[in-house]
Design a protein around this ligand. Sequence first.
Ligand code: DC
Length: 221
Amino acid sequence: MGFNVAIDGPAGAGKSTIAKAVARELNLIYVDTGAMYRAVALYMLREGVDLADGEKVAGKCPEAAVTIRYEDGVQVVFLNGENVNAFLRTEEVGEAASVISPIPQVRKNMVALQKSLAAESDCIMDGRDIGTCVLPDARLKIYLTASSDVRARRRYDELTAKGESCDLDKIKADIEDRDYRDMHREESPLRKADDAIVVDTSDMTAEEVIAAVTGLCRSAR
Ligand code: DC
């Protein structure tokens, strides 16, 4: 196996920002696994599937073919051949991804795709179950976290900067709901791998976290 880094942690901890920057610094491929679950969720939303009906969602899974390509180092997610990157990063799709991701039929193909990407290239992969399930032999595992207050504030600032109006308390409540769902599901719950290093970013700037994680990667390589 090549050099693989697993980053797990709750929604809004900064995983993708950090992983993307570290990947650039160390010439690794950044694999965003949340985007894959989001693509399946987008399919279900477009089809008007009742997300609470797990059997319906499971039955529809074979219709949603998710593939990944890298264009100039950027991960592009294709849903049945359509580039859907522009539709994945909304609260609605993130929420839907959290609701459908516990379904085993949803996870099965995603995990296989993730394992094959890691086998092909040196990568830094982020998600919820990377250190525990997808890449249990990753050279380095990081559990990136921050308080829900800090995570809500970051999400709020991000959305406000994009010109979207939003409510801080509602964002915090949504984040806590999402944490609960991701951590308490039966199938591959979010949990720190025993051998993961915890990085709590509550009182760190993005630059500080990037420097810390890059350092950990250099020592592990
Ligand atoms: O990281 P994100 O916000 O893009 O992830 C969206 C949802 O997808 C998240 O709430 C749970 C699910 N997910 C998962 O179950 N396993 C992963 N490896 C990544 C994401």
